[in-house]
Design a protein around this ligand. Structure first.
Ligand code: AMP
Ligand code: MG
Length: 267
């Protein structure tokens, strides 16, 4: 299922070619919920093995427009994973200290260590998204970042980190409804900030910046998955499938125990 969400390396991505409302006819909300439960149970087991193996790591990068469901995806897909083997980092506006370093400095520190699953809620891609759209650095500087990002990801992979990049793709109209829902529902109002409205006005600029990310940083070693995200249940299903498949491919193994200990009796 996840394969169809990958685009050919080097091919210019046009987001209008991808339908955010898409769902596969094989699934509905109920069957997806069951499958997600199965996937998370398998993922939990594999995460335990990954932790025990202590050799490799997995990094799930979640990007998407405001309200695209980055938090909701994390909540659903990582349920039940041992918190000790899992580390979530949400990247916000950089601090002064972070700005005083290169843009990858804060990112590198948050990369999962051996045995861990790391989740990036936003990531180094903000440095060619919000930074580009708001002209926070000169064009020459952000233009060179696509190459720097590809090299950085290559470095991580050589260090044993599998990188899974998911773009949660929603419609403009869907965002409108979700922002409105945040205003109406007192339990969601805390998520809203007035800056969301000015960001929304820059929708086209962001889509364009995303198209460049999905084209220029769609590499063989770390491809982008474009996730139809208007239907939350389908988004969760697809991301849970991708994460499970990646862990299954890694097939982490328990380390060998000390020879002979299976016959020891503890007194
Ligand atoms: P939220 O995800 O709603 O908590 O918002 C986090 C905010 O931090 C978003 O508006 C991002 O655009 C912003 N942000 C994240 N990384 C950067 C960055 N490198 N430079 C500027 N703003 C950033
Ligand atoms: Mg926000």
């Amino acid at each position: 299922m996840s394969q169809s969400l990958l685009t050919p390396i080097g091919k210019k991505v046009q987001l209008s070619d991808f339908d955010p409302r898409y769902t596969s006819g094989d699934w509905d909300k109920d069957s997806a919920a069951e499958k997600i439960e199965t996937n998370t149970a398998i993922t939990r087991d594999l995460a335990y093995r990954l932790f025990a193996e202590n050799r490799r790591a997995v990094l799930l990068v979640l990007q998407g427009m405001d309200t695209s469901g980055k938090d909701g995806t994390i909540r659903t897909v990582l349920t039940g994973i041992n918190p000790q083997s899992c580390q979530i980092t949400s990247f916000k506006v950089p601090s002064q200290e972070e700005l005083d370093h290169d843009f990858l400095w804060r990112i590198h520190q948050a990369v999962p260590r051996r045995g861990e699953i790391g989740i990036f809620n936003r990531s180094h891609y903000e440095d060619v998204l919000v930074v580009r759209v708001h002209k926070l650095v000169a064009e020459k500087e952000w233009q060179s970042r696509y190459d720097r990002i590809n090299e950085f990801e290559q470095l991580l992979i050589e260090g044993g980190v599998t990188i899974v990049k998911c773009f949660l793709h929603i419609n403009n109209e869907e965002q409108k409804q979700r922002l409105q829902a945040r205003l109406v529902d007192p339990t969601k109002r805390w998520k809203f900030n007035s800056g969301d409205l000015s960001e929304r006005k820059l929708w086209d600029e962001y889509q364009h910046a995303y198209e460049d990310v999905l084209t220029l940083c769609n590499t063989a070693h770390a491809p982008w998955h474009i996730i139809p995200a208007d239907r939350k249940w389908y988004r969760n299903l697809v991301v849970s499938e991708i994460l499970r498949e990646q862990l299954e491919q890694l097939d982490p193994q328990f380390p060998p125990s000390e020879p002979g200990i299976e016959n020891l009796v503890v007194e």
